[in-house]
Design a protein around this ligand. Structure first.
Ligand code: NDP
Ligand code: 8X3
Length: 254
């Protein structure tokens, strides 16, 4: 039987690239997100290109009951999740703390931290029972250093890193690997979401820079999941060549 990978936030960006890459590696995939039409598109693409099984599950990771219902709905053939990729996440807003909206804080904390915890809590018991499994949390360079206007987004990714390290400590005795990926700027829908749909502001983030692509991050995931059984990659930090850290970028404009 093919191994199973569950990827949250697979309707765009990294998650979509992860789902396609895992299918290309022979995994059957459970793909999740809130946009049904996008999930269907990704599922159809994978089925036609890779002929592997795909199960789309539409739910909001901020809703524990919905997460539970989704995980409990997994048919027998998809129940044994070998690789969990906690990818669903977002930045909402980029402003000084005093000007930021409480609602944005809540969206980021509920999605990036609580959503990740909900899914992990539901998937880990099966991994413990089978004494195997691999959790890959998608963090960020924002989890390594804080930058102006990044306040709560950075806090959530620092939190993701603490959860990753804590899980690694608690789950090592069960033979479960826990890894993370910490990218810098990657052009996806991320900045459009961050700037609440303002496409000009989103584009300006990558002005004069060749950003990373979702495929670059899928390369990192592929490296992590294809290491020999005795090797555990703790974290891959990956930036565009022109980005030195969260706030120093060498922009080349005409
Ligand atoms: P995208 O906006 O392209 O994708 C985000 C994905 O998360 C979508 O599939 C979205 O699905 C899903 N998602 C968001 N909120 C929820 C929710 N409440 N419930 C279920 N799914 C949700 O962004 P990226 O691919 O760039 O981001 C993926 C991850 O990578 C995030 O955790 C982000 O913080 C992180 N990251 C991004 C970087 C970048 O520069 N792009 C750099 C470093 C880290 P849907 O809307 O259908 O629910
Ligand atoms: C997203 C990358 O540099 O905007 O996590 O924090 S950055």
């Amino acid at each position: 039987m093919n191994k199973t990978a569950l990827i949250t936030g697979a309707t765009s960006g990294f998650g979509k690239a992860f789902a396609i890459r895992m299918a290309s590696l022979g995994y059957q995939t459970v793909i999740t997100g809130r946009r049904t039409d996008r999930l269907e598109e990704v599922a159809n693409y994978i089925k036609s290109e890779y002929h592997t099984e795909v199960l789309p599950l539409c739910f909001d990771v901020r809703d524990f009951d919905a997460c539970k219902k989704a995980v409990e709905s997994l048919p027998e053939s998809f129940k044994h999740v070998d690789v969990l990729v906690n990818n669903a996440g977002l930045a909402a807003g980029a402003a000084p703390f005093e000007e930021s909206a409480l609602d944005d804080f809540e969206r980021m904390i509920d999605t990036n931290l609580k959503g990740l915890l909900y899914i992990t809590k539901l998937i880990v018991p099966g991994m413990i029972e089978r004494k195997s499994g691999h959790i890959v949390n998608i963090s960020s360079i924002a989890g390594i250093e804080v930058y102006p206007n990044g306040n709560v987004y950075c806090a959530t990714k620092h939190g993701v890193n603490a959860i990753t390290k804590g899980l690694r400590i608690d789950l090592v005795k069960y033979g479960i690997k826990v890894s993370s990926i910490s990218p810098g700027m990657v052009e996806t829908e991320f900045s459009i979401v961050r700037y609440h749909g303002d496409e000009d502001k989103a584009k300006a983030v990558y002005r004069g820079i060749v950003p990373l692509s979702a495929e670059d991050i899928a390369d990192a995931l592929e490296f992590i999941v294809t290491r020999p059984e005795h090797v555990s990659i703790n974290d891959i930090q990956i930036n565009p060549k022109q980005q030195a850290n969260t706030y120093i970028a060498h922009r080349i404009t005409d």
